[in-house]
Design a protein around this ligand. Structure first.
Ligand code: FAD
Length: 472
C-alpha cells in the first residue's frame, strides 16, 4: 500500500506525532522534524496551558493507535460546567446526557505519549532540534536548520521525500510556503488574551473544589475557567481584553480586581500565589486561522493548527487536529493510497470543517462568558435536553454534536441552525396556544361562566406566563 514511499512530517506536536503513528502503520517511511528539543527529556515548559479538554473526536483518533485507554485512564472526567456567580453561588450545567463527559488531560504528557508511540515504530525517525525553513513545492524537497544551542552555526539539512505533512502549529512555516501559490488565507487575533494561574491542592492534599467539573466564573466581558489536574491542583485560565490586562499593573490592583469580580477564586488561589503568578508572564494572544486549500498537488498537506487554528472556547482545537489525522487516513484508504486524489479530497472535505470549527469556537466564547448566566439559556438547555430525550434520532443539541459525536463541524452548524429555528417556532406556537387558551378562560371568568374544574387550568397558565416573563 505505501510502496516504500518516504514522507516528511514537520512538527512533533500531538497532531504530527499521531500522524507519524498512522503513516508508519501503513508502511510509509516517516521522518518527523521538530524544532524543539525532545520534550520527553525536558521539564514542562512554563506558560503553556498544562491541561486541555479532550472529547470524542480526539479520543477516537487516538484509539486507532491504541492510546485511547491510556489517555482515558489518566484523564479526569468533567461531567458539567460549574458556574460560579459573584455572590459565591454555584450551579452545574451538564454538557450532555448522563455518562457523556469531557476529559481534562495533561497536554505535555499526551504529547510525550504520542511521541513515544511513534518512536516505537521501526520505520519512524524522530529528528529534534530541526527547524523547517523552506521547501520546493514541486519536488517536496525541504530545508531545515539545526536549532541546538550547541550548534551556533545553524547547519542546514536538505531532505527530499514523496510528500510533506505540515503539522507545525498556528504559525506554520509550511503554510507560508503554500501562501506563495493560489491559496486563501486569513488570520484574526481577538482583542482578548489569556493568562494562566493555579489553584493549589488544600493543605490536606485534596482538590480545593469538586474535581469532575469544568469550573467557569463568567463575567460577561471576561471569564475565568479552571480544569482539574492529576496532582489535585486546578489550572485556571483568565480570558480578558488586553486593554483590561493593561490596567492591572500592580499587585494591589490585581488583588482589588479579583476581590471585586472573582472573590471566591481569590480564596482558592490564595493572595500570595495570585500576586506572583499573575506577573510571571504577559497575557498571551489567541488567533484564528482559516486557509484553503489544505494541500498542493500530491506534495504538501496541512493538518491541525497549521490548517485551522481556532480560539480555545469550544475546547476543540486539538480534537479537530487529531480528527484530521483520522479523516485523512479514512480518505487515503478509500482512494487506494493515491496521494494526489487523497490530498485534494481531504482538502475539499476538511477545509469546510476547519472554517466551521473556527466559527463555532468564536460563538462559544459569548456562551461561556455570558449566556451561561441567563435564564433563557438555561431554559433552552432544558428544552434541548427534553427534545433530545424524546426524539434522540431527530434532535441532538449543538454542544453534544460538537463534543460527543463525529458529525462534521460544518454539518453541526447547518443542523443546529435548523433545530434552533424549529424549536423557536415550536415555542412561539406554544405561547400563542397558551395565550388563546388563557384569554378564553379569562373571558369566561369575567363573564362568571368559569366552571370550578377549569380554575386550576387558569392558575397554571398564569404561573407559566409569569415564569416565562421572568425568563425573557
Ligand atoms: P502544536 O501543538 O502547536 O504543535 C506544533 C509543533 O510544531 C510544535 O511542537 C512546534 O514546536 C513545532 N514547530 C513549529 N514550527 C516548526 C518548524 N518551523 N519546524 C519544525 N517544527 C516546528 N484544544 C482542545 O482540543 N481542547 C482544549 O481544551 C484546548 N485548550 C486550549 C487552551 C489554550 C489556552 C490554547 C491556546 C489552546 C487550546 N487548545 C485546546 C488548542 C490546542 O492547544 C491546539 O489546537 C493543539 O495544540 C494543536 O496541535 P498541533 O499539533 O496542530 O500544533
Amino acid at each position: 500500500m505505501a510502496d516504500g514511499k518516504r514522507v516528511t512530517i514537520v512538527g512533533g506536536g500531538p497532531v504530527g506525532a499521531l500522524n507519524a503513528c498512522y503513516l508508519s502503520k501503513k508502511g510509509y517511511i516517516v521522518d518527523l522534524y521538530e524544532s524543539r528539543s525532545d520534550i520527553r527529556k525536558t521539564e514542562n515548559a512554563v506558560g503553556r496551558s498544562i491541561n486541555l479538554a479532550l472529547s470524542l473526536r480526539g479520543i477516537e483518533a487516538l484509539k486507532e493507535v491504541g492510546l485511547d485507554e491510556k489517555v482515558k485512564a489518566l484523564g479526569i472526567p468533567m461531567r458539567a460546567r460549574m458556574i460560579h456567580l459573584v455572590n459565591g453561588k454555584c450551579y452545574p450545567v451538564p454538557y450532555g446526557k448522563s455518562g457523556q463527559h469531557l476529559l481534562s488531560v495533561d497536554r505535555m504528557k499526551l504529547n510525550r505519549d504520542v511521541l513515544s508511540a511513534a518512536s516505537e515504530f521501526p520505520n519512524v525517525d524522530l529528528h529534534f532540534n530541526h527547524k523547517f525553513v523552506s521547501c520546493d513545492l514541486a519536488t517536496a524537497k525541504s530545508t531545515f536548520v539545526k536549532t541546538s544551542p550547541q550548534l551556533p552555526d545553524k547547519e542546514e539539512v536538505t531532505i527530499t521525500s514523496d510528500a510533506i505533512f505540515g503539522c507545525d502549529g498556528a504559525h506554520s512555516a509550511v503554510r507560508r510556503q503554500l501562501q506563495k501559490r493560489r491559496f486563501d488565507y486569513s488570520q484574526q487575533y481577538i482583542p482578548h488574551g489569556y493568562k494562566e494561574l493555579t489553584i493549589p491542592p488544600t493543605e490536606d492534599g485534596k482538590y480545593a473544589m469538586p474535581a469532575n467539573y469544568l469550573h467557569i466564573w463568567p463575567r460577561h466581558e471576561f471569564m475565568l475557567i479552571a480544569l482539574p489536574n492529576q496532582d489535585m491542583s486546578f489550572t485556571c485560565t483568565l480570558f480578558m481584553a488586553f486593554s483590561i490586562f493593561d490596567t492591572l499593573t500592580t499587585e494591589q490592583k490585581v488583588l482589588d480586581f479579583f476581590r471585586e469580580v472573582f472573590p471566591s477564586a481569590v480564596d482558592l488561589i490564595g493572595e500570595e500565589l495570585l500576586k506572583t503568578d499573575f506577573f510571571l508572564l504577559p497575557p498571551l494572544p489567541m488567533v484564528t486561522v482559516k486557509a484553503s486549500p489544505y494541500h498542493y498537488k500530491d506534495k504538501v498537506v496541512l493538518f491541525g493548527d497549521a490548517a485551522h487554528a481556532c480560539v480555545p472556547f469550544y475546547g476543540q482545537g486539538l480534537n479537530a487536529g487529531l480528527e484530521d489525522v483520522l479523516v485523512f487516513h479514512e480518505i487515503l484508504e478509500k482512494h487506494n493510497y493515491a496521494f494526489d486524489v487523497a490530498f485534494s479530497a481531504f482538502s475539499e472535505q476538511r477545509s469546510k470543517d476547519g472554517h466551521a470549527v473556527a466559527d463555532l469556537s468564536h460563538q462559544n466564547y459569548i456562551e461561556m462568558r455570558s449566556s451561561v448566566t441567563s435564564s433563557w439559556f438555561l431554559f433552552r438547555k432544558k428544552v434541548d435536553s427534553l427534545l433530545s430525550f424524546l426524539c434522540p434520532s431527530v434532535f441532538t443539541p449543538k454542544y453534544e454534536m460538537v463534543a460527543f459525536t463525529r458529525t462534521p463541524y460544518h454539518k453541526v452548524i447547518e443542523k443546529s441552525e435548523l433545530q434552533y429555528k424549529y424549536v423557536n417556532y415550536g415555542l412561539a406556537a406554544l405561547c400563542v396556544l397558551m395565550f388563546i387558551g388563557g384569554s378564553r378562560l379569562a373571558w369566561k371568568a369575567h363573564k362568571g361562566e368559569l366552571h370550578m374544574s377549569e380554575l386550576p387550568h387558569l392558575e397554571s397558565l398564569l404561573a407559566i406566563k409569569n415564569r416565562f416573563q421572568n425568563l425573557v
